[in-house]
Design a binder for this molecule. Structure first.
Ligand SMILES: Cc1cc2nc3c(=O)[nH]c(=O)nc-3n(C[C@H](O)[C@H](O)[C@H](O)COP(=O)(O)OP(=O)(O)OC[C@H]3O[C@@H](n4cnc5c(N)ncnc54)[C@H](O)[C@@H]3O)c2cc1C
Length: 333
């Protein structure tokens, strides 16, 4: 994204998940956090609050933050409706990486590695997103395509050949890179159903447990939303002076974050629709509206949400700490 740092006063990073985990882990240890692995939570108890682990241990705390992902157990505490946590979207994604050393030897595709960038191929009901990760050592690919089959029936041994078939006949350069993929995993793509509350007493859910979404609003938006949650929660808790005020800090946090993440869930769904038109009149209208940006001409709006200036503003100019500050000020405290 040209001018990103100038416009939003921060760089645009893409980070390998393992590197990001390692950085968070190191920071947690520096702060004196004690990490206990292999401790599956069997039950969350709002009274106390406390958790019961599968090995029978009970742990109590002033506040329990549950970031237990898309299949969250804790979500059931705050959502008593019994509804599903997410909807299937009729799409799935193959995820894979290619060793950049293989690509560098081929001038037809090596240009993709020349500078850090995100590249998207959009075609009939499908798209492919690529970017380098791990300080340019690995070429990351996410290949979305229609799939309404039951994920429990998927055979992992077919994934590589199925993936190649899905994108047969696409841009020759893309086919060449896909041909270099040695293994892939297919993931179902789901979109979370927004909740009215994230807190139950002094237990709060966040991250995918609260707001899983399609990875179509800039690939990093899903995990970035979880990171913003963490920043916002820290900021809200920093405003209180006693344990008795924790519920108020949680209430302000959830109001601010439900608003933000619901908008991002909607935008991701919208971008999925725009990118996945079947070949036909809608696809041609979309492509025509994207001509200025493709030609490098100035443009004021785009159906591609990643480059649409208004969407970029609310997406990237957001300041999680400032939003929490403002929400606290509105309470007059
Ligand atoms: C195909 C696909 C592509 C994606 N691509 C990207 C991308 O490129 N960039 C991006 O930013 N995001 C991407 N995401 C989304 C991203 O993975 C999530 O948004 C992010 O991992 C959410 O973090 P989380 O901590 O909330 O949940 P998770 O990362 O799911 O972590 C939840 C953790 O809780 C643990 N857990 C679950 N239940 C229990 C229990 N009962 N007791 C104890 N522990 C438990 C799990 O083992 C897990 O470690 C993608 C997702 C998919 C499906």
């Amino acid at each position: 994204m040209p001018d990103f740092r100038n416009v939003f006063h921060a760089p645009y990073y893409v980070i390998h998940r393992a590197d990001f985990h390692a950085a968070l882990h190191r920071r947690a240890l520096d702060l004196g956090v004690r990490i206990k692995l292999a401790s599956r939570v069997a039950e969350y108890n709002p009274q106390g609050p406390s958790i019961s682990l599968e090995d029978g241990t009970t742990v109590s705390a002033d506040l329990i933050v549950a970031a237990d992902g898309v299949k969250s157990v804790a979500r059931r505490l705050v959502d008593k409706t019994g509804q599903r946590a997410f909807e299937q979207t009729g799409f799935a994604a193959y995820r894979a990486t290619v060793d950049v050393a293989k690509m560098k030897g081929d001038p037809e595709i090596s240009w993709l590695l020349e500078r850090p960038s995100l590249n998207i191929w959009i075609g009939d009901q499908r798209h492919v997103m690529t970017y380098t990760i791990g300080a340019g050592k690995s070429f990351n690919m996410v290949l979305s395509h229609p799939d309404t089959t039951d994920p429990t029936s998927w055979d992992r041994s077919d994934a590589l050949s199925d993936m190649k078939r899905e994108f047969q006949g696409w841009d020759k350069r893309l086919e060449k890179i896909i041909g270099m993929i040695e293994s892939t995993i297919k993931w179902p793509l789901v979109s979370g159903i927004p909740l009215a509350r994230w807190a139950s007493g002094r237990i709060i859910i966040l991250g995918d447990a609260a707001h899983t979404m399609l990875p179509y609003m800039s690939q990093g938006k899903c995990a970035a939303m979880a990171v913003e949650d963490g920043v916002a929660l820290t900021c809200s808790l920093s405003k209180i002076e006693s344990k008795a005020d924790i519920p108020q800090a949680l209430s302000i946090f959830e109001q601010v974050r439900i608003d933000r993440t619901s908008k991002m869930q909607e935008a991701s769904l919208l971008n999925g629709k725009l990118w996945h038109f079947s070949d036909g009149p809608l696809q041609r209208a979309r492509d025509a509206a994207m001509q200025p940006e493709i030609k490098g001409e100035p443009f004021s709006h785009s159906p591609n949400q990643w480059s649409d200036p208004a969407t970029q503003m609310w997406t990237y100019q957001y300041d999680a700490e400032a939003e929490i500050e403002r929400a606290w000020q509105r309470t007059g405290m």
